[in-house]
Design a protein around this ligand. Structure first.
Ligand SMILES: Cc1ncc(CO)c(N)n1
Length: 223
């Protein structure tokens, strides 16, 4: 999955951190079905809270945008998170006797706090590109993981998770976000963005968010 031209460059710059995220033991446990249910549910409850704050960060992107196209793409992502992706969390948890009110009230794990507030701060202290560099590993990383697992997973109890992230709705969101980031980078940094003095810092933000994704999976495994 490439999702545009900027994402592959940032992913490459993140080096083995990207692999640690997308090939994490938690991910492989969903692929082959060996992930303990308890770890999955712990993760899913935290991930619901993550998505609440992640939606806020995309809403912040609407206010940081410079064009109507950017505003539309960011608003559409807020909608996709709140009304499509979170359905997985609500329905899976409901089947386990965990209500949406319980999810909303769940106490955030430190790894969750660190990640979401890092992303929000990237947006508050920086501009639209700073925010996009911090948001990209989440959206596009899950797209990449979902597509790989759909192609290579065993018959697994985690099929619904895999179907959510490999499904057409989520993959379309990833393609749209990838294209929007390419246009946003070209608009602000010109035709040779890698030569811009801002480039190393954007790549660094992307890698930091990727490190925080690794921490999020670690949390799921360790409690
Ligand atoms: C931690 C995390 N990263 C990315 C996504 C994809 O939106 C998610 N649901 N949770």
């Amino acid at each position: 999955m490439t999702y545009g031209v900027t994402f592959p460059l940032w992913r490459e710059a993140a080096g083995e951190t990207w692999r640690n995220y997308t090939r994490h033991a938690f991910v492989e446990g969903m692929r082959d079905g060996t992930l303990p249910r308890e770890a999955f549910l712990r993760y899913l409850v935290q991930d619901y809270v993550f998505l609440v704050h992640f939606s806020r960060a995309w809403a912040l992107a609407v206010t940081k945008a410079e064009t109507l196209e950017e505003m539309r793409a960011c608003a559409a992502t807020v909608h996709a998170l709140l009304d499509e992706e979170m359905r997985l969390h609500v329905e899976t948890c409901a089947a386990e006797g965990i209500s949406e009110a319980d999810l909303f009230a769940a106490e955030e794990a430190p790894q969750n706090l660190a990640y979401t507030r890092y992303v929000l701060d990237a947006g508050h202290s920086g501009d639209f590109l700073d925010l996009m560099a911090a948001l990209a590993p989440c959206v596009l990383g899950y797209g990449e993981i979902g597509a790989r697992l759909a192609a290579h997973a065993d018959e697994t109890v985690y099929a619904e998770w895999i179907a959510t992230y490999s499904g057409e709705d989520y993959q379309r969101t990833c393609r749209d976000v990838g294209a929007m980031i390419d246009a946003a980078v070209a608009r602000r940094l010109g035709p040779a963005p890698e030569e811009s003095p801002r480039w190393p810092r954007l790549a660094d933000r992307f890698r930091t968010a990727t490190r925080l994704e690794v921490g999020f999976w670690d949390m799921g495994l360790s409690g």
